[in-house]
Design a protein around this ligand. Structure first.
Ligand code: MV4
Length: 450
């Protein structure tokens, strides 16, 4: 096991990694920006070092400063959390060159899965279902138009290096396709330094289904079942749950197994999420693979009883996965809501500033992952998420009841948060009956005049 892990992140995920380090007897150390000098999570670390001014590009994204900090503090591993450098293959490579273990996949596995054209090719080989479309990147517009004609419109043009909703265009007929491909290629080149784009069938009213997987350095990979993340706005997830409600058990097992097979084939070590869209017939189509721990990992932890962050660290240290697939069972239902310091009544405007009141919810089956507390000042430079509230209960209805009560107990002020929005979501028939799709929140908010 490692002696010391440097956490190249901030906020709730830094605290989450610190907790996992303690459980494993590993010393956690942090880097922080000037804006985070009073970050409550730093009190929990064994040491911390300032790596620069508030903007991420001058601090949390500065590879050479993070490596220097790891060397100065004697860390033998780096945990990147999510965001920032977590999916940067160059960073993983620099860590390796400096004999610091990157808690995550090899740069090769990260690059392979991070390129969506390569990832889709690998998925076809492992029986992971994908959308019909071009085999690889488009180099001939006539060929792309031919494929689109065969699969039928609408189609979507995506950047191989894109992700999370960036670099996509929908085409509803051949004229739009011909108009869009060149523009999409130029945009992709400018945004990602890679102009490769591909075309696939566009699915209108899908649900977002994602499979949590984890692999080791010994050729093993397992899945921890799935999450439904359909409740989102502008590609920002608001609510996540596990398991996905109302899925046929056989279809679910099949798609989860196919996700684990993909990770195994990629010789992937660490936690990965295989994202899918699901149509109304419960057919699945892979979108992309996220090569990091995700914000919503706690719902999978609560239903399986497996600590994903501790497992990430164990496999990074070279241990084999402690569990086989047959030992992993899903129990009950878990729901997570993201608590963002944003004002939903003012276009989700971020709310920087002092938190004066912070009364945390509690009781059986309630988990709060947050770095915030009364007296904490939210910096304006980063993501507005100040915590995650997660509940677990024997079934979905009981989990919703538990979430309603936890939200009622949770008092934050004067900063506006997404708590009242979540209280309304937990009463919505679309949510309570799980008759929803990826557009339901935006449709509902629009109908509200928000
Ligand atoms: C799609 C799609 C429909 N059909 N691909 C958006 C984020 C990126 N991961 C992929 N995305 C989509 N890909 C096909 N073939 C619709 C989306 C999409 C979406 C997906 C998941 C969650 C929210 C979304 C919101 C809008 C569009």
């Amino acid at each position: 096991m490692f002696k010391r892990i440097l956490i190249a992140n901030r906020g709730e995920i830094a605290l989450r990694v610190i907790r996992a380090c303690r459980a494993l007897g590993v010393s956690p150390v942090c880097v922080y920006s000037q804006a985070d000098k009073d970050g409550p999570w730093l009190e929990q670390a064994d040491a911390s070092v300032c790596i620069g001014p508030p903007p991420s590009k001058d601090s949390y994204l500065r590879i050479e400063r993070i490596i220097a900090a790891a060397e100065v503090m004697g860390a033998d591993a780096v945990h990147p959390g999510y965001g920032f450098l977590s999916e940067n293959a160059h960073f993983a490579e620099v860590c390796r060159d400096c004999n610091i273990t990157f808690v995550g996949p090899s740069p090769e596995a990260m690059s392979l899965l991070g390129d969506k054209v390569n990832c889709k090719r690998l998925a076809r080989q492992t029986g992971t279902p994908v959308f019909p479309g071009t085999e690889g990147g488009i180099d001939d517009i006539d060929e792309a138009a031919k494929v689109a004609g065969e699969i039928g419109y609408p189609v979507i043009i995506k950047a191989a290096a894109g992700g999370g909703g960036r670099g996509m265009r929908v085409a509803r007929d051949e004229a739009q396709l011909r108009d869009s491909v060149g523009k999409a290629q130029q945009e992709a080149l400018a945004a990602f330094g890679n102009g490769t784009v591909y075309v696939e069938k566009y699915l209108e009213n899908a649900r977002h289904f994602e499979v949590q997987t984890i692999g080791d350095n010994h050729g093993n990979a397992v899945h921890l079942y799935e999450r439904d993340c359909s409740s989102q706005r502008r590609h920002q997830k608001l609510v996540e749950e596990a398991p996905a409600p109302g899925i046929d058990a056989k279809k679910r097992d099949k798609v989860c197994e196919s996700a684990a097979a993909l990770i195994r084939k990629a010789k992937y070590c660490g936690a990965a999420t295989v994202e899918f869209l699901m149509d109304k017939n419960q057919d699945f189509y892979m979108l992309e693979v996220n090569t990091r721990v995700q914000v919503e990992h706690p719902v999978s932890e609560l239903i399986t009883g497996i600590d994903i962050v501790q497992t990430q660290i164990r496999v990074a240290a070279g241990e084999p996965l402690p569990l086989q697939q047959k030992d992993i069972q899903a129990r009950g239902h878990a729901i997570e809501v993201r608590i963002n310091a944003e004002d939903p009544d003012r276009g989700f405007m971020p709310q920087a500033g002092l938190i004066e009141q912070f009364a945390a919810p509690g009781g059986p089956g309630v988990r709060l992952d947050s770095h915030a507390r009364a007296g904490y000042r939210i910096p304006a430079n980063y993501d507005s998420m100040i915590g995650k509230l997660i509940v677990h209960a024997h079934d979905r209805d009981a989990a919703i009841v538990r979430m309603r009560q936890a939200l009622k107990e949770f008092k934050i002020g004067p900063a506006k948060t997404t708590i009242p929005l979540h209280q309304r979501i937990m009463e919505r028939p679309e949510f309570c009956s799980a008759k929803f799709d990826i557009h339901w929140v935006e449709r509902w908010l629009k109908a509200q005049g928000a």
